[in-house]
Design a binder for this molecule. Structure first.
Ligand code: NAG
Ligand code: NAG
Ligand code: NAG
Ligand code: NAG
Ligand code: NAG
Length: 313
């Protein structure tokens, strides 16, 4: 009798503590809103229109912030839909130059450096609307105009959350406005394959490409330098992607370990065997070849050895 009473009391306290924690703290499993969200978004907006890409012309950054915020504040954080960002998108939209689009999966940071803020390519994060949300987190709460800084729902908890719906809307818009030669950078070292399904590219971008504006789709599958080679052009999930795009009538080419991207990866692994610069031209450090006639066998031998070492890769 005493034992079961104790157990009930214990159970009761655990439940009580749990709901107390929920009330005053984390409602969701995901990270809360990024601190200083408003300043970051407005600051990024001015940075973009004044310095990063002034070609987009004049935009009203406070109006863009208001439209962004109104998509999700004072609403159930699990009932935000892509179309709630329609006004935000129409205020921040600008043309994407032909041949500059760069789609990707599972290599966010690499794409950020490769695209170089739109100088080399214009990935979604290099458009004004993508730039404003890159790496940020946010959500509101029902019946309150405040943001939730403690926690936000993950996509596993509910897919109609503020961040997921933002990126769905941004991805669809980005795909609709892409033209010319389209590039896709995939990670050949991803467990499960380079072309994820479900995925933003598979589900929100490919279906929104405007066929008549696109001349070619270039796929690059790049493995991590020190990572496994799980997927490549013509195999596994990349084959699935190539077939899908061919069936849709696109002119598709695929290249493994595209050299320009490899050079970028090599910055961090200069001694990796894939990072040698002298593949066809053999050069010898110190250049004893030009120092005059080779008189003794010792010198000849050391030149041969250096040449072999320089050419072996
Ligand atoms: C920007 O939009 C706000 C409304 O959000 C408006 O009050 C303000 O006048 C606009 N600024 C300009 C320069 O148009
Ligand atoms: C886009 O690329 C195609 C094919 O390389 C080229 O013919 C075209 O001139 C390029 N367009 C622009 C605007 O650079
Ligand atoms: C590629 O995917 C692997 C496995 O998910 C990850 O560890 C790696 O950082 C990714 N590579 C790049 C360049 O992002
Ligand atoms: C928000 O307010 C509405 C109407 O006043 C009410 O029906 C609803 O239960 C409230 N939701 C929450 C989460 O408090
Ligand atoms: C696909 O595009 C490439 C590069 O522009 C071109 O050389 C090739 O002829 C095209 N193939 C078809 C079938 O249109």
């Amino acid at each position: 009798m005493m034992k079961s009473l104790c157990l009930s009391l214990l159970l009761f306290s655990v439940l009580f503590m749990n709901s107390l924690l929920e009330v005053q703290g984390r409602k969701w499993k995901g990270e809360g809103t990024t601190l200083n969200l408003e300043s970051i978004v407005i600051g990024r907006c001015y940075d973009y229109i004044r310095l990063v890409n002034p070609a987009v012309g004049e935009k009203n950054c406070s109006e863009i912030w208001e439209a962004f915020k109104n998509a999700f504040i004072n609403k159930d954080p699990c009932s935000i839909l892509p179309k709630d960002y329609e006004l935000f998108i129409s205020l921040s939209l600008h043309p994407i130059p032909p041949n500059k689009s760069l789609f990707w999966e599972n290599n966010h940071l690499l794409v950020n450096s490769f695209a170089d803020r739109g100088r080399r390519y214009m990935s979604l994060a290099d458009t004004l609307f993508g730039f404003l949300g890159d790496f940020l987190n946010w959500c509101g709460q029902a019946n309150s105009t405040g943001l939730d800084y403690e926690s936000c729902p993950t996509t596993e908890e509910c897919e109609n959350n503020a961040v997921e719906s933002f990126w769905r809307m941004a991805s669809m818009t980005y795909a609709q406005h892409s033209s010319g030669v389209i590039h896709v950078l995939l990670n050949g070292s991803t467990v499960g394959g380079a072309y994820p399904q479900p995925g933003f590219f598979a589900d929100y971008e490919i279906p929104n490409l405007q066929k008549d504006k696109i001349s070619q789709i270039v796929i690059w599958v790049v493995d991590d330098l020190e990572g496994p080679d799980i997927d490549s052009c013509g195999t596994h999930t990349v084959k699935v992607l190539e077939n899908r795009l061919n069936t849709l009538g696109y002119n598709v080419t695929c290249t493994d370990n595209y050299k320009s991207v490899m050079f970028l990866l090599c910055l961090d692994y200069p001694d990796d065997s894939k990072c040698t610069l002298s593949s066809s031209v053999c050069s010898v450090d110190g250049s004893p070849l030009s120092d005059g006639p080779l008189t003794d066998m010792g010198t000849v031998w050391s030149v041969v050895v250096s040449l072999l070492r320089a050419c072996i890769y």
